[in-house]
Ligand binder design. Structure first.
Ligand code: BGC
Length: 849
């Protein structure tokens, strides 16, 4: 039978509100028959029939959609067997640039001048009457700051940190809430607006008031009455405001203080007033993946230590605690958070640097619950003071962007399975509205290098489309005239060193090429390439500018600007300190220029810009030649040897044919000499296992992957890690952090996804699942055996449906089961080298090893 198992508008099966004139539709169809393809797919929207056979990003092309309007889309598909199926969805348009019948408001009496802290949260309220019977009620709202919204005493929606983190001078999201069922005759709407990213203290230098001098709110309540008339209640001087609400303090790093004895009905209110903003962003319907509450974890242990209760949740995560307790008015419960414990059992808060990461709750009388809503922490452990264990129920609540899980990997090695879970938890903890570096210390910034290397792995595990599309808007917005990009996006006042318009940083700035490319490979949706191509071109031009600077001959293709302008082989464990990682930038930056120019060449080709493709291909060849001529002996040996210096040119195809194997053998020798421990920093880590395994050294790749000595992925697992660490040696064998003064200002996090980029290898080599065409219309399954693994399995929800590879070795025979989505083609390659091409369906293969 043919079924439509997924039908989306703008990647959402339900609840899509869009401002796009041509929103895109996608669907997945499944059949229990083999070798089925689609014969026709017709989408009907707004009285228009649209050919949807393209399946993954079918744009609406009919009559102009109207703002504030609900639409139904129906889909009818027919397959090659003559079976049909249909599905429907509803979506609505947002404001579509309709001018706001509301003003930005703030508290004119609140002057916030203190540095390095966040403002006192503002509470806005308005009472209003629905004069007639209501057929539809919607709230459209945004803020500078982050807001919590309630209507008639009930929280509206399930988002955290709305309106989300964007490059506020350019981009700002608004949210739409359907409150039709909550509207009464007399209504009270309340917004609590904390400083968040726009006004609060953020980035490790704790800059505040980046986008506004104090919080500001913009809101429209649109009531449509049953008689067809409409009324808009917008923010204006008739709204009231107060800083005396129950949220006494909220700061992304420091946490939240909530006084439950405060009753909003008895606080001092005064009039809000129109606020003139310093930034003038484009305001558009939410297009990313909003932060929501996900897993709720109970503690696995509780110890009394002095006055404090120390709880262990068994999992490092980004989120908040949820408390249920019986309290007395004025009783104060203090919850501090940390990722690791000190040897004496207390929380290690040193690595949080200036982040206080504390939730303070002042009780009212009786049974009550509390969960911070305007801050989040990165933690596995908490200490609780002010209450006895028997009077408290506590849970950890994971907060992260609402991303659908698309991938799954497991194998016969339990430590690798834990690594895979750690990769997923590392991702969940750092995909918090934007791609961050870590969730605990005073950073949580959009470090571009981290997602540049982790992007492909993220795209295996999650549907990253909305999340990354939103972030890439900010990347484009933050690009400087000369093509340079800040190191963090949104820059939010940080992003050194961007004073020069061409300030390109290898691998970090490369995110503007590598992230769209990773997304395109996963989705096959070329719009991400079209949208970002101009940014990529300007960026590569900026990189060339640096390579060219004061250089002659071949040196013009060696990117060799002073090391302080780079991060180089960032956190490479075979170099002792930051300046050493940076010194390796000659190698990493040159390889980065090769990588971006050849990737942009492929993109130009796809976009039909053949001439430009040729130019970028030429550039890439010259850079490869410069690397080989100037940094190696011309015979496959690096003049200065370290793992990354081999990994990058090997993986990026930079060596002349005759030198490839020699270089790979040299890398294998280095790896063996290092006891199969990893030595690469951010740029080399995602690729080292590919560089080995793809060049005849699969055995070394497995030995490195399965190594449990420090530094290695499984050393962290052996030490009990539940996420991916920033530093491979974050804890020694005794559970103590050995890192001294290495120039990084105690840069030690236990929840950084970057080196989890090895996840790509688990899917693409061990399970062998690799796209041959972007979006997996054609893909291959070619498992790589080794490391004593006796089985492995990966499943991936591709844009066309489930692709899977599951293999097993038993009594000397190898068996493989492959699942191919409807309409797709899979090239299967067995360990003996035997090949077969199959169409949709599930197929079993076997051979004797
Ligand atoms: C961050 C990294 C980031 C790096 C760049 C660190 O503080 O946590 O992940 O990419 O700085 O310097």
């Amino acid at each position: 039978m043919l079924k439509i198992t997924r039908f989306c508008c703008e990647q959402l099966e339900r609840g899509c509100v869009t401002d796009k004139k041509n929103p895109v539709f996608s669907f997945i169809a499944e059949s229990d028959h083999k070798e089925v393809t689609l014969k026709s797919a017709v989408l009907a929207v707004n009285g228009e029939q649209i050919d949807a056979i393209g399946q993954i990003a079918v744009p609406y092309t009919g009559r102009a959609l109207q703002p504030f309007t609900g639409y139904e889309a129906t889909l009818t598909v027919t397959d090659s067997e003559g079976e049909t199926a249909d599905a429907s969805l509803t979506f609505e348009t947002g404001r579509m640039d309709t001018a706001w019948a509301a003003e930005w408001i703030s508290d004119p009496a609140y002057s916030f001048t203190e540095k390095k802290v966040s403002p006192v949260p503002m509470v806005f309220r308005k009472t209003f009457i629905a004069k007639k019977r209501v057929s539809s009620a919607r709230i459209y709202s945004t803020a500078l700051g982050i807001y919590e919204l309630s209507l008639n005493g009930e929280k509206v929606g399930d988002r955290f940190f709305a309106p989300g983190f964007t490059s506020y001078p350019s981009n700002l999201q608004y949210q739409t809430y359907d409150v039709t069922d909550s509207i009464c005759r007399e209504n009270e709407i309340v917004f609590t607006v904390a400083g968040g990213w726009a006004v609060g203290s953020f980035v490790y230098s704790r800059i505040n008031r980046y986008a506004a001098d104090r919080q500001a709110l913009l809101c429209e309540i649109r009531l449509v009455y049953k008689d067809g008339t409409e009324e808009i209640i917008g923010t204006d001087g008739s709204w009231q405001v107060s800083e005396d609400g129950p949220v006494r303090m909220a700061d992304l790093y420091d946490g939240e203080t909530f006084d439950a004895t405060i009753d909003l009905r008895s606080v001092q209110w005064h009039s809000a007033a129109k606020e003139t903003l310093r930034v003038h962003p484009k305001i558009f319907a939410e297009c990313g993946a909003p932060v929501k509450a996900h897993e709720r974890l109970k503690p696995i242990s509780c110890n009394q230590l002095g006055n404090a209760l120390i709880y262990d949740f068994g999992q490092n995560l980004a989120g908040v605690v949820s408390l249920k307790l019986n309290g007395k008015a004025g009783q104060t419960v203090t919850v501090r958070h940390a990722e690791v414990l000190n040897p004496d059992g207390t929380l290690n808060v040193m690595f949080l640097r200036t982040a206080k990461a504390t939730a303070t709750y002042i009780c009212r009388d009786g049974e009550q619950t509390y969960m911070p809503r305007l801050s989040y922490m990165g933690f596995r452990y908490v200490s609780v003071e002010g209450i006895a264990a028997d009077g408290l129920e506590i849970e950890a609540v994971a907060l992260y962007s609402d991303l659908e899980t698309t991938g799954f990997f497991s194998c016969s090695n339990e430590m690798l399975n834990r690594l895979q879970r750690n990769i997923v938890w590392g991702a969940k903890s750092n995909l918090v509205d934007i791609p961050t570096d870590c969730p605990q210390r005073d950073e949580r910034m959009g470090w571009t290098g981290d997602i540049a290397v982790f992007g492909p792995t993220a795209c295996f595990n999650f549907n990253m489309q909305r999340f990354l599309d939103k972030w890439l808007r900010d990347v484009r917005a933050e690009q400087r005239r000369g093509g340079g990009l800040p190191n963090t996006v949104p820059v939010n006042g940080f992003g050194f060193p961007t004073t020069m318009p061409e300030m390109a940083i290898d691998w970090w700035g490369d995110a503007c090429v590598l992230v769209p490319w990773a997304l395109y490979c996963a989705t096959g949706d070329r719009s991400v390439l079209e949208e970002n191509y101009p940014t990529m071109k300007k960026y590569v031009k900026a990189c060339r500018f640096w390579a060219n600077l004061l250089s002659f001959g071949k040196r013009r293709y060696l990117w060799n600007t002073p090391a302080v302008f780079h991060f180089g082989d960032w956190v490479a464990p075979d170099a002792p300190k930051m300046s050493e990682w940076q010194r390796r930038s000659k190698w990493t930056a040159t390889a980065s220029l090769k990588n971006t120019s050849s990737t942009v060449a492929r993109i130009a080709e796809i976009l039909g810009k053949t001439k430009e493709a040729e130019q970028y291909t030429k550039l890439a060849a010259r850079v490869s030649d410069a690397y080989e001529s100037l940094l190696t002996d011309g015979n496959g040996k690096l003049l200065e040897e370290f793992q990354t210096a081999y990994v990058l040119p090997l993986h990026l195809n930079m060596f002349r044919k005759e030198n490839v194997q020699k270089a790979a053998d040299n890398l294998a020798r280095l790896v063996e000499k290092n006891g199969y421990r990893i030595g690469t920093g951010f740029p080399g880590t995602p690729y080292i296992l590919f560089a080995l395994a793809d060049h005849g050294h699969a055995d070394e790749a497995f030995r490195m992957l399965l190594n449990t000595e420090c530094p290695s992925w499984l050393y962290e697992v052996r030490q009990g890690a539940t996420t991916i660490w920033e530093r491979w040696d974050g804890l020694d064998e005794n559970g103590v952090c050995p890192i001294g003064d290495d120039g990084t200002d105690i840069m030690i996090s236990y929840n950084h996804y970057a080196s989890g980029a090895v996840g790509d290898f688990l899917y693409r080599r061990i399970a062998g699942l690799e796209p041959a065409e972007p979006g997996y219309r054609r893909f291959s399954v070619k498992p790589l055996l080794g490391g004593g693994l006796t089985d492995a399995k990966a499943e991936l929800r591709t844009p066309y449906g489930k692709a899977a590879s599951s293999w097993k070795i038993e009594n000397g025979s190898f068996s493989l089961s492959v699942t191919v989505p409807l309409g797709c083609i899979c090239d299967v390659c067995l360990p003996s080298g035997k090949r077969e091409t199959v169409l949709s369906g599930t197929y079993d293969f076997a051979e004797t090893l």
